[in-house]
Design a protein around this ligand. Structure first.
Ligand code: SF4
Length: 547
């Protein structure tokens, strides 16, 4: 029987030894799950960069012939589509497709003909993609889309043989965001007559918001009536629907969808008293109020167990299996962990430790000059290499850019700042297209980016990637479970490190400049994978003053 899983490896590829070993182990575990109702059904698979996780995911999906395959981002979904389009059926959110009933106007399917009052349903790219994914053997979506669909329309997603979640280290954060209730300042003004007060706890918002549920229901009905009234009475419905929606109708359609979604979340919040929620409401005028569940263990467990017989979580690193189980609402015995070492020798992926001081929010102002000077030195040591600088925030990135423009203008010209998460794709494009030794600067390129070979020969981790305790959700989550905070830091550090070496012939050096690195390793060694620790320990053995 052994080897049956390997036979489903994507056509034209041969499994590497690490992949073959993982597949054999997974095959045994799947057989055990079939034979024994009490056997673990949540598999945690850790495979460092270069092992080829997407090939493992596709092999499992093909073998099952009945799988949900989830990616953490749309970019990765596109990658699956490009590489395995013959195996997976990809579906994205409505906004990614255009309504075909208005070929001369770019109308997203979220505002398409069938979304308008009396608009008949037809088969558009979105409807076709969704139907094909639902009917096909491998339904491939991003986690946010899938969890949202499952949360509000569970009946559309029947139980499958496998649920495979790629880049699953983000799963908790993504689920938290699916269930959060959010009101922008404009929505509060429109729906509640003004911004809502700042209250200390989420529980205090329940009695405040409960009476609004009924009122917003009435408001939703009113928007429905307003949509009906948009059509001039002398115009036949058929004729009217042939015209793309007017600006007025688009505003109403968007309002209806926003209200609909806010109401569903609001109801879940008002009625879900058993769950602990956290308030995110920054002090700035015009801020968005967000009520976020502190944990999603119950929801995650329901999602994973009801959507499939067996769930496989894939990532370079997910943290201890016991922590994964706890976060997702499982018992430790329900989880089976599989891991493989890095296929790359240490020489191709060294860490160089050059501490400038223990960086923290408090110490940063004093230590920044030394930090920036060190960065200039490293840039000077790599005059012809492309690289990546991981910074703590967009504000630090701006100060770095300004400082280098004064201190080292030639090095400053190499920098490409991805100044927001929306600007990431364009910055990456510029970096890849340029023949110059450009260096990306960003707080959000630790994961989900592939910069092989000459696209990245060095990277700098300026500050240890501790999650921001200025965020109330992060602070509350840490207060509840200090180990969670250490695990998240370890995951972020490992993700950043994983950018340096992407395949067997690749190489890249990672500089770490924060003295907290050493302390973190001393305290959290068991939280880190061996393939990271071997590089980290080698770095610490070399005196920072020798390197
Ligand atoms: S189903 Fe038809 S009408 Fe609806 S958005 Fe798609 S193409 Fe347009």
């Amino acid at each position: 029987m052994s080897g049956a899983l390997r036979e489903h490896f994507p056509a034209g590829f041969t499994p590497r030894p690490e992949q073959a070993r993982l597949l054999d182990a997974l095959e045994d575990a799947l057989a055990e799950a079939d034979a024994d109702a009490k056997a673990p059904r949540l598999f945690v698979v850790e495979a460092p960069p270069g092992v080829g996780k997407s090939h493992l995911a596709v092999t499992l999906a093909r073998w099952s012939d009945n799988a949900y395959l989830l990616t953490s981002q749309k970019l990765l979904q596109d990658q699956y589509d490009r590489e395995f389009g013959d195996v997976v059926q990809v579906v994205k959110g409505r906004d990614n497709y255009a309504c075909e009933r208005y070929p001369d106007a770019r109308v997203p399917t979220s505002l398409g003909l069938c979304r308008r009052p009396r608009g008949p349903i037809c088969q558009c790219p979105y409807a076709r993609a969704k139907a094909a994914a639902l009917a096909g053997p491998v339904f491939c979506a991003n986690t946010w889309y899938f969890a949202t669909l499952r949360h509000w329309h569970a009946e559309q997603l029947p139980r499958r043989r496998l649920l495979i979640v790629d880049e699953a280290h983000n799963l908790e954060g993504q689920l938290v965001s699916v269930y959060a209730v959010r009101f922008t300042a404009a929505e509060m003004k429109e729906w509640f007559g003004g911004t809502l007060p700042r209250l200390d706890t989420a529980d205090e918002y329940r009695p405040l918001l409960a009476p609004h549920v009924e009122r917003l229901d009435a408001e939703l009905e009113a928007v429905g009536r307003a949509l009906e009234a948009v059509r001039p009475p002398d115009l036949e419905p058929d004729v009217f629907l042939q015209m793309p929606p007017s600006r007025e109708e688009v505003v109403l359609l968007e309002r209806r969808d926003a209200l609909d979604s806010a109401l569903a979340r609001l109801r879940a919040f008002v009625e879900g008293e058993a769950t602990e929620w956290v308030v995110r409401y920054p002090p700035e005028p015009g801020a968005t109020l967000e009520l976020t569940p502190l944990g999603v263990a119950g929801e995650a467990r329901a999602l994973l167990t009801e959507c499939a017989e067996v769930t496989v979580l894939l990532s370079a690193y997910l943290g201890p299996a016991t922590a994964v189980a706890e976060t997702l609402g499982f018992e430790a015995d329900d989880v089976r962990a599989f891991a493989t070492p890095s296929p790359f020798p240490l020489e191709q992926r060294p860490i160089v430790y050059r501490p400038v001081g223990a960086l923290s929010r408090a110490s940063l102002p004093a230590l920044e000059p030394a930090l920036f000077a060190e960065i200039v030195g490293i840039l000077g040591a790599h005059p012809r290499d492309k690289g990546l600088i991981h910074v703590a925030s967009y504000a630090v990135a701006r100060r770095l850019m300004a400082d280098l423009a004064r201190r080292a203008p030639a090095e400053a010209r190499r920098l490409i700042f991805a100044e927001s998460s929306d600007a990431k794709a364009a910055a990456l494009e510029r970096h890849r297209a340029s023949a110059a030794p450009t260096v990306l600067v960003s707080p959000s390129l630790r994961e989900g980016v592939d910069l092989p070979d000459d696209f990245l020969r060095f990277q700098i981790v300026t500050k240890m990637p501790y999650p921001d305790l200025g965020d109330p959700w992060t602070a509350a989550r840490r207060a509840r479970d200090p180990r969670w905070y250490a695990v998240e830091t370890a995951k972020a550090l490992v993700q950043a490190y994983g950018r340096s070496c992407r395949h067997a012939a690749d190489y890249g050096v990672t500089y770490v400049l924060d003295a907290q690195f050493e302390r973190f390793l001393q305290h959290n060694r068991p939280l880190l994978p061996e393939w990271f620790l071997d590089a980290a320990h080698a770095a610490l053995r070399v005196s920072p003053f020798d390197s």
